[in-house]
Ligand binder design. Structure first.
Ligand code: RIB
Ligand code: CA
Length: 347
């Protein structure tokens, strides 16, 4: 971010979740981001668990922004959780403090709508890093937000392989109907899928740099660094056991990182549809890249796949990503957090 460009105003809609937690810290720990609000959605675990986890992350890092809980289940499909990856609490590993903060009294959907409508058109970016249930509900309750939102930068999908089935990535698989509503919206969506996030590995080298930054950043910095390391220890163990990964991918933080430093991620324009009916492919993001059109037969689908409204993330500059994660420890250690200024609720 140059001095000239104002901080990106964002609402982080999440399901903490180990990687969601890093996304929260990265957003709050960067002067390039104005974290207006955090909303939670059932995904990695129950709504109560992911909400408590979001509050705990903010408490540990001294982040003071409105937090509201949203949908406790998907629009249509039965709720599932991801205990094999995130544990019984949804964020096993770190010892979490007793949560003392108060939630915003509004439903997440209302907090999203109020916050978007209270800021100038084209200034608020939605950053969903869990299932898209809250976002789809907000679009239906207040369609006027679609034209007003600057961008939707979501973690989800894949144009190669899934991580829940061979075809589907978790956030999309949990609520495919909500995802299709979001991708069909008349706004610009940036799809940060597994093809990108599997490049964002919290390697031993990155963990050592975080440890070092924590040592140099005072008491709060040490706490934030230790929390990150405890997150990666548990997440790294499950990713080794389940996916044979050498290091845990920090999926959700990639959305925030690319808003801090747009050159950190390469994107390609595409049309994205979500498969809703395939016995083997439900939840698949079907990506038709502008440069590599996959449509050879005009079966009527070609026309529908011609509106290339989505940007799909393909390549990550890992070094720049790692540097942002390390810098967030220093910033949070110095007490610099992205406090939001939530508007009065709409009457
Ligand atoms: O597939 C990875 C995504 O699913 C991440 O957002 C992770 O937190 C889980 O929600
Ligand atoms: Ca998530």
């Amino acid at each position: 971010m140059t001095n000239a460009s104002p901080a990106r105003k964002i609402i982080l809609d999440c399901d903490p979740g180990h990687d969601d937690a890093i996304a929260i810290l990265l957003a709050a720990g960067s002067p390039a981001i104005d974290l207006l609000a955090i909303t939670t959605v059932a995904g990695n675990h129950s709504l109560d668990n992911v909400t408590r986890n979001a509050q705990a992350v903010c408490q540990i890092a001294g982040i003071d922004v409105p937090i509201a809980q949203g949908a406790d289940r998907p629009l249509v499909t039965p709720q599932i959780v991801s205990e094999d990856i995130h544990g019984n609490s949804g964020m096993d590993g770190p010892v979490l403090p007793e949560v003392t903060g108060q939630l915003d009294a509004r439903h997440a959907v209302d907090l999203i709508i109020d916050t978007v409508m209270a800021h100038e058109p084209g200034t608020v970016t939605l950053v969903p890093t869990g299932p898209l249930t809250n976002i789809a509900l907000a679009m239906r309750k207040a369609p006027e937000i679609v034209d007003r939102v600057r961008q939707v930068v979501l973690m989800g999908g894949s144009y190669t392989r899934g991580n829940v089935t061979p075809a589907a990535e978790y956030n999309i698989y949990v609520d495919p109907e909500a995802a299709e509503v979001v991708f069909r919206g008349a706004w610009e969506v940036v799809m940060v899928g597994l093809d990108l996030t599997h490049q964002a590995l919290a390697t031993d080298a990155l963990q050592q740099r975080v440890r070092q930054a924590g040592e140099e950043a005072g008491e709060r910095g040490r706490e934030v660094a230790q929390f990150m390391l405890d997150i990666w220890e548990f997440f790294g163990k499950t990713y080794r056991e389940v996916f044979d990964f050498e290091a845990p991918p920090v999926h959700d933080a990639c959305c925030v990182a690319m808003l801090i430093d747009p050159d950190l991620v390469r994107t390609e324009r595409a049309h994205v549809s979500v498969e809703l009916h395939g016995e083997w492919t439900k939840g698949q993001t079907v990506v038709n890249f502008e440069t590599k059109p996959g449509m050879r037969h005009s079966t009527g689908v070609a026309e529908r796949m011609s509106d290339l409204r989505t940007l799909v993330a393909t390549e990550l500059n890992w070094e720049r990503f790692a540097a942002l994660v390390v810098e967030s420890v220093r910033q949070l250690g110095d007490g610099n957090t992205g406090a939001g200024h939530d508007p009065e609720p709409r009457s």
